[in-house]
Design a protein around this ligand. Sequence first.
Ligand SMILES: [Zn+2]
Length: 152
Amino acid sequence: MDEPLLNEHNKQEYPPMHTAEHILNQTMIRLHGCPRSRNAHIERKKGKCDYILPEPLTEEGAREIERAVNEVIARGLPVEISFTDREHLPGGIDTGKLPANASETLRVVRVGDYDACACLGAHVKNTSEIGTFRITSFDYRAPVLRLRFKLL
Ligand SMILES: [Zn+2]
C-alpha cells in the first residue's frame, strides 16, 4: 500500500533525539501543564526546547523531568505511525507544529500509550533505542523556560 501524499518534511532529524523531544514534550504537559515546545532545536548531539511556564524551574524540578523521561525510555515503548484525516483526528492530538499548509491527511506518531502527536519527522521504532536523557542546563526568562539536553 502506498503511503498517502503528505507535505514534505524539510529538516533532517536524528531519530533518537527527535523521539526524546516527543517524550519530553508530553512529560512537560504532565508535570507542568504547559504546551508542547513550539521552537525546538534538535541536533545530533544536543537539543533545546522552550516552554511557557508561569514560574522558574528548580534544580529538583529538572531532575524530576529527567527521571520521568528516562522512565518512559526504559519502558521500551513501541513508536507507531498511523495516518488519519483531519476530520477524524482522535482527541488530544496536538497539531500546533504542523505547517499552515499541512495536508488533510495527518501522520500521527504514538509513543506507546504515553504520547501522540501529528509529526512528519524521523523517529526510532522503540524507545529503548534512545539511550539516557540528560538535561545539561536550563534557564528561565519569564515566561520562557529553555531546556538544553543531550543523550548518553
Ligand atoms: Zn516527531
